[in-house]
Design a protein. Structure first.
Length: 184
């Protein structure tokens, strides 16, 4: 059964982080932040919900970066239980797909917990001051990509954030596989 994250907590400050990227560098929220806002995405390599829309995620990331939005993807899944989500496999996917954003590994899962990430994909859109303005879906796709002409919910919301500093009042939550938490 898919997991649906909670609705947007407008203005909640972005938790800071410093995580290793598939590019061999460490990245912080400050490094990623764009002049018009920042998009933090929790994704992984194996989730069918992510894989169904990965090309759209890449498209929207490029389009948002052109608007001054910083973009980052983070994988926090337990790679022991889900080897497809290992750091080595993250590097391979980022290279094969030509990710235009850093892909970071939250091995200890503390960053995912600080954000309250619930599923993959889970999108957190911040204004230029680091306040949460969007916690919704990419588009109406589910486990399969929807039609090519679907409304681009994430892109339109973050475009609004870039232009006005505020996200839309009405937001439809993302849906996906649960974050694969390590045993306590």
């Amino acid at each position: 059964m898919p997991v649906v994250p909670p609705v947007c907590d407008f203005g909640r400050p972005a938790p800071g982080f410093s995580l290793p990227g598939t590019d061999g560098r460490s990245h912080t929220f400050r490094d990623i932040a764009g002049p018009k806002g920042t998009l933090v995405m929790f994704i992984c390599n194996h989730c069918p919900y992510v894989l169904a829309v990965l090309d759209r995620i890449i498209r929207d990331a490029r389009d948002l970066q052109a608007l001054g939005i910083g973009v980052v993807a983070i994988s926090a899944n337990d790679a022991e239980a889900y080897p497809q989500d290992s750091f080595a496999n993250m590097k391979t996917m980022a290279e094969q797909k030509g990710f235009p954003f850093p892909y970071l590994y939250d091995e200890g899962q503390g960053v995912a917990r600080a954000y309250g990430a619930a599923c993959t994909p889970d999108f957190f859109g911040y204004d230029a001051g680091g306040g949460l303005q969007y916690r919704g879906r990419l588009d109406a796709s589910r486990k399969e990509a929807g039609p090519a002409d679907l409304r681009r919910d994430l892109y339109e919301a973050m475009q609004q954030v870039a232009e006005t500093g505020h996200g839309p009042k009405e937001q439809i939550p993302s849906m996906g596989c649960s974050i694969k938490w390590k045993p306590a």
